[in-house]
Design a protein around this ligand. Structure first.
Ligand code: MSP
Length: 496
């Protein structure tokens, strides 16, 4: 089984185009793998413990769990709106997760990798948080009480895993992709690894350590374990065996946790590290970092209102290559939408359905088995398949759109709208319908609802979700003789 995950997002924050970027990308990948006929399990969820949530809940006069219950809905609704096809939604406050974290902690402890130590540092009492010396002057200016704090913490012996991690990277070349992120993780390991704190006594909103109830697990140990919980760890070994190891899709901000801490924790517990960690860059808005305080976090719903769900999904998959940082601009989104969706794909669909309506009595003809477009399709299919395989949706879609471009050019060359009904016209229209059918399958991971609409308009039964690649992209699958409907534009042009 292919097991794909997104990070679990802090339940305190609202979904924005950054968290949606990871989620949409993971969704498209999951859909792609389902098209290939692979059993796929896709997980997302929320991270609900820790000081921030405890404090916000208190400020709102509710318990932390009540607070999480009321805010988690924002993620669930947003992902439903974006047509995210997750098979499970994990919340770290669920009993199943307590069981998994407790078991993982116990295993690492039994293996001698957890010890009691001390954490020393500056602590802001009103903020209930450790602060850095650099933050001190500002806090003092605000009259906040900052003390030297020495707290008992349990530590995980990360230092013991330096060599095992280097060996793991050495023998698993594709563990972290793209390469620049792999090098970043390796560079961090080579600098020498320090043990990290895994518990707190100053917080109580969390999962208690099984051997010392005065401590709760510090958020990262808790959060990372979600990937095991949802795979059935520890109570369903058959399911776990089937799902684990998984593949994580994350942003570069949490690379160390996923590519260094996490595999070490798993090794300590005798569990295999993940198959892959795919790491993408960060989106900025007009060149600026997004943040709550800068008030520049864009909610997906605001863009969906203008571009539709598929317009939204397509933009981020096509225009924001997976890996490097990228800048979001509304103008760029309008330009891409108009060029690729309203013009290229939208035009093809409307030309074909119009001509079939007026010159073929609304009945779609079959394609020519020897069409020149068949070669274009097979070249694009090969390139798109390779691109999805290396998590490059932008390239995969670019390749898919080459078929559309070639078919529009083909129509412009023959101008079927000026032709008389007959065998020549039928051949041209059959070829174009066949390309639309194949595009509906290949673009389905990005624009699932529109793909289904195209499928229906050209008279096909079922939906692209049931198609299986590569067979579904073999030339000649459109049977002909099906009713073709014109309908409204799928992607109305947007004025810049
Ligand atoms: N709760 C932790 C993750 C625990 S996973 C075991 C956390 N949550 S988060 O809500 O802050 O989400 C971080 C993730 O959101 C990033 O890794 C990335 O996937 C996504 N993004 C958040 N801001 C982003 C951008 N500006 N651009 C792209 N992705 C961004 O960290």
């Amino acid at each position: 089984m292919r097991y794909l995950t997104t990070p679990i997002y802090y339940v305190n924050d609202a979904p924005h185009i950054g968290t949606a970027y990871t989620t949409v990308t993971a969704d498209a990948l999951a859909r792609w793998h389902r098209l290939l006929g692979e059993g796929t399990f896709f997980l997302t969820g929320t991270d609900e413990h820790g000081l921030k949530i405890q404090q916000t809940a208190e400020a709102n006069g509710v318990t932390p769990k009540e607070w999480a219950d009321s805010t988690v809905v924002r993620f669930q609704e947003s992902w439903a709106q974006l047509n995210i096809s997750n098979d499970d939604f994990i919340r770290t406050t669920e009993p199943r997760h307590y069981a998994a974290v407790t078991e993982l902690l116990q295993r690492c402890h039994d293996n001698g990798d957890i010890y009691l130590g001390h954490y020393e540092g500056l602590y802001s009492v009103p903020d209930e948080a450790y602060v850095t010396p650099a933050e001190l002057p500002e806090l003092e200016r605000q009259g906040r009480e900052v003390i030297e704090m020495r707290e008992e913490n349990y530590f995980f012996k990360l230092s013991r895993y330096e060599q095992p991690l280097l060996d793991w990277y050495e023998s698993h070349d594709d563990f972290v992709l793209p390469k620049i992120r792999r090098n970043e993780a390796l560079g961090f390991i080579r600098q020498g690894l320090r043990d990290f704190s895994i518990s707190r006594t100053s917080i109580d909103w969390g999962i208690p350590l099984p051997w010392d109830e005065n401590h709760v697990t510090y958020v990262w140990f808790d959060a990372l374990t979600n990937y095991l919980t949802a795979a059935g760890f520890p109570d369903d070994p058959t399911r776990f065996e089937d799902l684990w190891p998984g593949t994580h899709i994350i942003g570069k901000d949490i690379l160390r946790f996923h590519c260094v801490y996490w595999p070490a924790m798993l090794m300590s517990a005798g569990i295999e590290p993940p198959t892959n960690v795919f790491v993408h860059g960060f989106l900025t808005v007009g060149g600026e970092k997004m943040s709550k305080t800068a008030l520049n976090q864009i909610a997906p719903a605001d863009l969906i209102a203008d571009f539709g769900v598929d317009g939204y999904r397509y933009h981020f998959l096509r225009d924001q290559p997976f890996g490097p940082d990228g800048d979001f601009s509304y103008e760029g989104m309008v330009a891409r939408y108009n060029a690729d969706l309203a013009n290229n794909l939208g035009n093809l669909l409307s030309r074909v359905t119009t001509v079939v309506g007026s010159k073929c009595s609304g009945v779609g003809p079959a394609p020519d088995p020897d069409s020149a477009l068949a070669d274009v399709v097979s070249a694009s299919l090969e390139a798109a398949t390779a691109a999805w395989g290396r998590v490059a949706p932008s390239v995969a879609l670019e390749e898919t759109w080459k078929m559309i471009g070639a078919t529009n050019a083909h129509l412009e060359q023959y101008e079927p709208w000026k032709m008389e009904p007959g065998a020549d016209l039928d051949r041209i229209m059959g070829d174009a319908l066949e390309v639309l059918r194949i595009v509906a399958v290949l673009a389905y991971p990005a624009i699932p609802a529109s793909s289904a609409a195209i499928w229906e308009r050209i008279g096909l039964e079922g939906s692209p979700v049931d198609a299986r690649l590569p067979e579904a992209a073999n030339w000649g699958g459109y049977p002909g003789g099906l009713p073709v409907a014109k309908g409204d534009p799928l992607f109305p042009r947007i004025k810049a």
